[in-house]
Design a protein around this ligand. Structure first.
Ligand SMILES: C[S@@+](CC[C@H](N)C(=O)[O-])C[C@H]1O[C@@H](n2cnc3c(N)ncnc32)[C@H](O)[C@@H]1O
Length: 310
């Protein structure tokens, strides 16, 4: 009985501290038995508690929404006459802070003519090369180091995928060369760099679907999700990339109005328990889930739900 009350008290106190933004996040990254690295609770966590937040390392709007969501934080434009439009009309900034934050790499981006690269990606329905291009612009501008994603787990790539990536790289490289960037600022931009980055983006990128904040938003997002892609874009984060998958997860990642993410507990979690999120649509049946996890993420899911055939 005492134990039960003590645990409830600890959970409540911890949740209150987390809500105040006090203290480090109650998690640590450590090796799991069979899924590589994973994230573990360092104390009891209460259902609904925000464990931590995360800013993207790199993000990119969905190609069809380039004019509709912020170049930097992926926030949706409030109305069709938003006043944050870039003067060239090619992209949108929701605030001065976002414009300032991306000034350096947006400047690099704007110097080149991306039409061939964009046509190549859109004719093949590719999203991730846009993120690699954004990262290259960030490296050239000095915003991040060329190896900033290398700590993340890479996907295993098939020969066909490698050949496609080589084509994309050739286009990316020639676009920067034609724009006149000097050898010394693009020295990192090799075929190996591109493949290494893409292999990490494939496994670790989150598809960002914003939670509607009003009834009108809810209706317009329902219309948008029928008319086109419901996601505003994709982003890669550092800490969230260490969460392993479970088809009945104890944690989830949420976005409200922008790519700023929050990791929240879905139920009470014991100290030492592994925190897992669901990588896919959990409403699919076990066969569909197994197929997508094997093809997309390279593992056979052996969570309790899959083992029970649910
Ligand atoms: C986003 S990473 C998660 C962190 C990763 N374990 C690491 O060491 O960086 C996704 C990869 O982790 C592994 N993984 C995630 N969930 C798993 C699970 N339930 N069973 C086995 N492997 C899993 C797979 O290799 C997957 O491609």
């Amino acid at each position: 009985m005492f134990h039960h009350f003590r645990r409830r008290f600890l959970c409540t106190a911890a949740a209150a501290a987390a809500a105040r933004g006090a203290g480090p996040p109650p998690i640590r990254v450590a090796l799991t038995e069979s899924s590589g690295r994973g994230v573990f609770a360092t104390r009891p966590i209460a259902a609904g508690e925000v464990l931590h937040s995360a800013q993207p390392l790199v993000s990119h709007p969905s190609p069809s929404l380039l004019h509709e969501v912020c170049y930097s934080c992926l926030r949706r434009k409030a109305g069709s006459d938003g006043d944050g439009d870039d003067s060239s009309g090619s992209c949108y900034f929701c605030s001065d802070a976002c414009r300032e934050h991306s000034q350096g790499f947006h400047g690099v981006d704007k110097k080149a003519d991306w039409s061939l690269f964009d046509d190549h990606c859109s004719s093949r329905g590719l999203k991730y090369p846009h993120m690699a291009k954004r990262l290259a612009c960030m490296v050239i501008s000095g915003a991040v180091s060329a190896d900033c994603l290398h700590i993340l787990q890479p996907a295993r790539l098939h020969q066909g995928t490698l050949t496609e990536m080589e084509e994309e790289f050739a286009l990316l490289d020639s676009t920067f060369r034609k724009a006149g960037f000097q050898e010394e600022v693009t020295a990192f931009l090799t075929r190996e760099w591109y493949i290494n980055v893409l292999a990490r983006i494939r496994i670790n990128a989150f598809r960002i679907e914003l939670v509607a904040s009003s009834y009108e938003d809810l209706l317009s997002s329902a219309v948008a999700s029928v008319a086109c892609d419901a996601a505003v874009g994709n982003a890669v984060y550092m800490l969230p990339s260490f969460y392993n998958h479970d088809c009945d997860p104890n944690t989830h990642i949420v976005w409200l109005a922008s790519a700023y993410a929050r990791l929240k507990a879905l139920r009470n979690i014991e100290e030492g328990e592994e925190l897992r999120i669901c990588y896919i649509d959990a409403s699919m049946d076990v066969n569909a889930r197994q197929r997508i996890l094997a093809d997309g993420f390279g593992f056979e899911c052996r969570c309790q739900r899959c083992l029970s055939g649910d």
